[in-house]
Write a protein that binds this ligand. Structure first.
Ligand code: ZN
Ligand code: ZN
Length: 276
Protein backbone atom coordinates (compact mmCIF):
# COMPACT_ATOMS: atom_id res chain seq x y z
CA UNK A 1 0.00 0.00 0.00
CA UNK A 2 1.10 3.52 -0.79
CA UNK A 3 2.51 5.23 2.32
CA UNK A 4 0.22 8.06 3.41
CA UNK A 5 1.56 11.60 3.38
CA UNK A 6 0.25 15.16 3.07
CA UNK A 7 2.28 18.34 2.92
CA UNK A 8 -0.48 20.91 2.55
CA UNK A 9 -2.55 21.68 5.65
CA UNK A 10 -4.03 24.65 7.51
CA UNK A 11 -4.88 24.69 11.23
CA UNK A 12 -6.65 27.27 13.43
CA UNK A 13 -3.52 29.44 13.26
CA UNK A 14 -4.64 30.59 9.81
CA UNK A 15 -7.92 29.65 8.06
CA UNK A 16 -8.21 25.98 9.06
CA UNK A 17 -10.19 24.38 11.86
CA UNK A 18 -8.71 22.64 14.95
CA UNK A 19 -5.24 22.75 16.45
CA UNK A 20 -2.09 21.44 14.79
CA UNK A 21 -1.98 18.65 17.36
CA UNK A 22 -5.40 17.39 16.20
CA UNK A 23 -3.99 17.03 12.68
CA UNK A 24 -0.98 15.14 13.99
CA UNK A 25 -3.17 12.80 16.06
CA UNK A 26 -5.42 12.13 13.06
CA UNK A 27 -2.38 11.48 10.86
CA UNK A 28 -0.95 9.02 13.40
CA UNK A 29 -4.35 7.29 13.68
CA UNK A 30 -4.36 6.80 9.92
CA UNK A 31 -0.74 5.56 10.05
CA UNK A 32 0.71 8.38 8.00
CA UNK A 33 4.38 8.17 7.12
CA UNK A 34 4.82 11.93 6.90
CA UNK A 35 2.83 15.06 7.51
CA UNK A 36 3.62 18.71 6.84
CA UNK A 37 2.17 21.93 8.23
CA UNK A 38 1.76 24.74 5.71
CA UNK A 39 -0.03 27.75 7.20
CA UNK A 40 -0.58 30.86 5.08
CA UNK A 41 2.39 33.21 5.42
CA UNK A 42 1.74 36.60 7.08
CA UNK A 43 0.71 39.41 4.70
CA UNK A 44 1.33 43.13 5.12
CA UNK A 45 -2.39 43.95 5.29
CA UNK A 46 -5.21 42.75 7.53
CA UNK A 47 -7.12 39.72 6.25
CA UNK A 48 -9.15 36.77 7.48
CA UNK A 49 -6.97 33.90 6.47
CA UNK A 50 -3.22 34.34 6.84
CA UNK A 51 -1.04 34.16 9.96
CA UNK A 52 -0.51 37.35 11.92
CA UNK A 53 3.15 38.06 12.79
CA UNK A 54 2.37 36.92 16.36
CA UNK A 55 0.48 33.89 15.02
CA UNK A 56 3.50 33.02 12.91
CA UNK A 57 5.67 32.88 16.03
CA UNK A 58 3.17 30.59 17.80
CA UNK A 59 2.78 28.44 14.69
CA UNK A 60 6.52 27.77 14.51
CA UNK A 61 6.66 27.14 18.26
CA UNK A 62 3.77 24.63 18.05
CA UNK A 63 5.34 22.83 15.11
CA UNK A 64 8.67 22.44 16.87
CA UNK A 65 6.94 21.21 20.04
CA UNK A 66 4.89 18.64 18.06
CA UNK A 67 7.95 17.44 16.12
CA UNK A 68 9.63 16.77 19.46
CA UNK A 69 6.57 15.17 21.08
CA UNK A 70 5.51 12.88 18.20
CA UNK A 71 8.83 12.46 16.39
CA UNK A 72 9.04 8.74 17.18
CA UNK A 73 5.58 8.09 15.69
CA UNK A 74 5.50 10.19 12.53
CA UNK A 75 7.79 12.32 10.40
CA UNK A 76 6.60 15.89 10.85
CA UNK A 77 7.67 18.80 8.67
CA UNK A 78 7.39 22.53 9.21
CA UNK A 79 6.40 24.22 5.99
CA UNK A 80 4.73 27.46 4.96
CA UNK A 81 2.37 28.31 2.10
CA UNK A 82 3.88 31.61 1.02
CA UNK A 83 1.90 34.13 -0.98
CA UNK A 84 3.65 35.95 -3.76
CA UNK A 85 2.30 39.43 -4.54
CA UNK A 86 4.86 41.63 -6.30
CA UNK A 87 5.49 44.81 -4.32
CA UNK A 88 3.46 43.60 -1.33
CA UNK A 89 4.72 40.25 -0.04
CA UNK A 90 8.16 39.71 1.46
CA UNK A 91 10.76 37.73 -0.41
CA UNK A 92 10.43 34.05 0.45
CA UNK A 93 13.97 34.27 1.82
CA UNK A 94 12.76 36.55 4.57
CA UNK A 95 10.66 33.70 6.00
CA UNK A 96 13.30 31.07 5.48
CA UNK A 97 16.15 33.03 7.06
CA UNK A 98 14.90 33.15 10.64
CA UNK A 99 12.64 30.11 10.68
CA UNK A 100 13.66 26.44 10.70
CA UNK A 101 11.41 25.74 7.68
CA UNK A 102 11.67 22.27 6.16
CA UNK A 103 9.96 23.26 2.91
CA UNK A 104 7.93 25.99 1.25
CA UNK A 105 4.84 26.02 -0.95
CA UNK A 106 4.64 29.03 -3.26
CA UNK A 107 1.09 30.09 -4.13
CA UNK A 108 -0.76 32.90 -5.83
CA UNK A 109 -4.15 33.76 -4.29
CA UNK A 110 -3.99 37.52 -4.90
CA UNK A 111 -3.26 38.86 -8.36
CA UNK A 112 -1.84 42.36 -8.69
CA UNK A 113 -2.83 44.34 -11.77
CA UNK A 114 0.39 45.98 -12.89
CA UNK A 115 -0.85 49.44 -13.96
CA UNK A 116 -3.31 50.22 -11.18
CA UNK A 117 -1.68 48.13 -8.45
CA UNK A 118 -5.15 46.86 -7.54
CA UNK A 119 -5.42 43.33 -6.18
CA UNK A 120 -7.79 40.59 -7.40
CA UNK A 121 -8.57 37.93 -4.81
CA UNK A 122 -9.24 34.68 -6.69
CA UNK A 123 -9.85 32.43 -3.69
CA UNK A 124 -12.93 33.87 -1.98
CA UNK A 125 -16.60 33.59 -2.94
CA UNK A 126 -17.43 33.66 -6.64
CA UNK A 127 -19.06 37.11 -6.34
CA UNK A 128 -15.74 38.66 -5.32
CA UNK A 129 -13.96 36.85 -8.15
CA UNK A 130 -16.36 38.30 -10.74
CA UNK A 131 -16.36 41.76 -9.18
CA UNK A 132 -12.55 41.73 -9.25
CA UNK A 133 -12.45 40.95 -12.97
CA UNK A 134 -15.07 43.65 -13.64
CA UNK A 135 -13.49 46.37 -11.49
CA UNK A 136 -9.81 45.67 -12.02
CA UNK A 137 -9.64 44.16 -15.52
CA UNK A 138 -12.71 45.82 -17.14
CA UNK A 139 -14.45 42.46 -17.29
CA UNK A 140 -11.68 41.01 -19.46
CA UNK A 141 -11.17 37.42 -18.23
CA UNK A 142 -8.33 36.78 -20.61
CA UNK A 143 -6.41 39.74 -19.19
CA UNK A 144 -7.15 38.65 -15.61
CA UNK A 145 -6.12 35.04 -16.18
CA UNK A 146 -3.00 36.18 -18.03
CA UNK A 147 -2.05 38.35 -15.05
CA UNK A 148 -2.45 35.32 -12.75
CA UNK A 149 -0.06 33.18 -14.78
CA UNK A 150 2.42 36.01 -15.33
CA UNK A 151 2.58 36.54 -11.58
CA UNK A 152 3.05 32.78 -11.09
CA UNK A 153 5.92 32.79 -13.59
CA UNK A 154 7.49 35.78 -11.85
CA UNK A 155 7.26 33.91 -8.54
CA UNK A 156 8.94 30.85 -10.04
CA UNK A 157 11.73 32.94 -11.52
CA UNK A 158 12.43 35.14 -8.50
CA UNK A 159 11.64 33.08 -5.39
CA UNK A 160 12.97 29.90 -3.90
CA UNK A 161 10.15 27.39 -3.44
CA UNK A 162 9.96 23.61 -3.13
CA UNK A 163 6.35 23.03 -4.18
CA UNK A 164 4.07 25.12 -6.37
CA UNK A 165 0.58 25.26 -4.84
CA UNK A 166 -2.59 24.68 -6.92
CA UNK A 167 -0.91 25.84 -10.12
CA UNK A 168 -4.14 26.52 -12.07
CA UNK A 169 -6.29 27.76 -9.19
CA UNK A 170 -7.52 30.62 -11.37
CA UNK A 171 -9.92 28.15 -13.02
CA UNK A 172 -11.70 27.55 -9.69
CA UNK A 173 -14.68 29.81 -10.33
CA UNK A 174 -14.79 29.15 -14.07
CA UNK A 175 -17.72 26.73 -13.96
CA UNK A 176 -19.72 29.36 -15.82
CA UNK A 177 -17.01 29.19 -18.48
CA UNK A 178 -16.00 32.79 -18.83
CA UNK A 179 -12.87 31.54 -20.52
CA UNK A 180 -11.97 28.29 -22.25
CA UNK A 181 -8.93 26.45 -20.95
CA UNK A 182 -8.74 24.69 -24.35
CA UNK A 183 -7.93 27.90 -26.22
CA UNK A 184 -4.43 28.50 -27.50
CA UNK A 185 -3.74 31.62 -25.41
CA UNK A 186 -4.53 29.64 -22.23
CA UNK A 187 -2.47 26.62 -23.23
CA UNK A 188 0.43 28.96 -24.13
CA UNK A 189 0.30 30.40 -20.61
CA UNK A 190 0.35 26.89 -19.15
CA UNK A 191 3.34 25.95 -21.32
CA UNK A 192 5.21 29.08 -20.27
CA UNK A 193 4.43 28.40 -16.60
CA UNK A 194 5.55 24.77 -16.80
CA UNK A 195 8.76 25.86 -18.53
CA UNK A 196 9.48 28.11 -15.53
CA UNK A 197 8.68 25.21 -13.18
CA UNK A 198 11.09 23.01 -15.09
CA UNK A 199 13.87 25.60 -15.10
CA UNK A 200 13.52 26.29 -11.39
CA UNK A 201 13.15 22.66 -10.33
CA UNK A 202 10.15 22.54 -8.02
CA UNK A 203 7.48 19.93 -7.38
CA UNK A 204 3.97 20.47 -8.78
CA UNK A 205 1.29 19.34 -6.34
CA UNK A 206 -1.88 17.62 -7.44
CA UNK A 207 -4.17 19.47 -5.05
CA UNK A 208 -7.46 17.64 -4.41
CA UNK A 209 -9.31 20.39 -2.50
CA UNK A 210 -11.20 21.88 -5.45
CA UNK A 211 -12.80 18.51 -6.16
CA UNK A 212 -13.73 17.39 -2.65
CA UNK A 213 -15.06 20.84 -1.76
CA UNK A 214 -17.24 20.70 -4.90
CA UNK A 215 -15.76 23.83 -6.45
CA UNK A 216 -14.05 22.23 -9.45
CA UNK A 217 -14.67 19.21 -11.67
CA UNK A 218 -10.97 18.50 -12.02
CA UNK A 219 -8.04 18.63 -9.63
CA UNK A 220 -5.48 21.42 -9.61
CA UNK A 221 -3.92 21.00 -12.12
CA UNK A 222 -6.36 19.72 -14.73
CA UNK A 223 -5.62 16.38 -16.36
CA UNK A 224 -4.35 17.89 -19.64
CA UNK A 225 -1.70 19.75 -17.61
CA UNK A 226 -0.68 16.49 -15.89
CA UNK A 227 0.19 15.07 -19.32
CA UNK A 228 2.32 18.12 -20.02
CA UNK A 229 4.09 17.71 -16.65
CA UNK A 230 4.83 14.07 -17.50
CA UNK A 231 6.23 15.03 -20.89
CA UNK A 232 8.50 17.62 -19.26
CA UNK A 233 9.51 15.15 -16.54
CA UNK A 234 8.29 17.52 -13.82
CA UNK A 235 7.99 15.81 -10.40
CA UNK A 236 4.54 15.63 -8.82
CA UNK A 237 2.99 14.82 -5.45
CA UNK A 238 -0.56 14.65 -4.07
CA UNK A 239 -1.78 17.03 -1.35
CA UNK A 240 -5.27 17.57 0.02
CA UNK A 241 -4.86 21.17 1.25
CA UNK A 242 -6.68 20.05 4.41
CA UNK A 243 -8.47 22.72 6.42
CA UNK A 244 -9.79 20.15 8.92
CA UNK A 245 -8.26 16.92 10.30
CA UNK A 246 -11.06 14.98 8.54
CA UNK A 247 -9.68 16.13 5.19
CA UNK A 248 -6.23 14.57 5.51
CA UNK A 249 -6.77 11.81 2.95
CA UNK A 250 -9.57 13.19 0.79
CA UNK A 251 -9.01 12.00 -2.79
CA UNK A 252 -5.47 10.88 -1.86
CA UNK A 253 -5.96 7.47 -3.53
CA UNK A 254 -7.91 8.92 -6.47
CA UNK A 255 -5.20 11.54 -7.03
CA UNK A 256 -2.47 8.89 -7.18
CA UNK A 257 -4.61 6.67 -9.39
CA UNK A 258 -4.98 9.53 -11.86
CA UNK A 259 -1.23 10.23 -11.86
CA UNK A 260 -0.63 6.56 -12.50
CA UNK A 261 -3.15 6.53 -15.32
CA UNK A 262 -1.45 9.54 -16.91
CA UNK A 263 1.82 7.62 -16.81
CA UNK A 264 3.66 8.72 -13.68
CA UNK A 265 5.63 5.92 -12.02
CA UNK A 266 6.46 7.79 -8.82
CA UNK A 267 5.74 10.90 -6.81
CA UNK A 268 8.31 13.16 -5.19
CA UNK A 269 7.83 14.55 -1.68
CA UNK A 270 10.15 16.58 0.56
CA UNK A 271 11.17 13.27 2.19
CA UNK A 272 11.97 11.47 -1.03
CA UNK A 273 10.38 9.58 -3.90
CA UNK A 274 7.63 6.97 -3.66
CA UNK A 275 6.75 4.40 -6.31
CA UNK A 276 3.07 4.52 -7.19
ZN1 ZN B 1 -3.56 28.01 -1.32
ZN1 ZN C 1 -3.48 25.95 1.19
Amino acid sequence: MLPLYNFHSHSHHCDGKESMEEYVKAAIDKKFKAFGFSAHSPLPFPNEWSLTPEGFRRYVQDALYLKEKYGSKINLYLGLEIDFIPGHSDDFDAFVRNTPLDYSIGSVHLVREKESGKIWFIDGPVEGYIKGVDDIFDGDYKAAVTAFYQQTIQMLNTQKLDIIGHIDKVKMHNKQRWFSTAEKWYQDLIDETLQAVKENGCIVELNTRGVYSGKTDEYFPSTDILYKCLELDIPMMVNTDAHHPDQLTMHFDEGHALLKKVGFKKVRTPFGEIEI
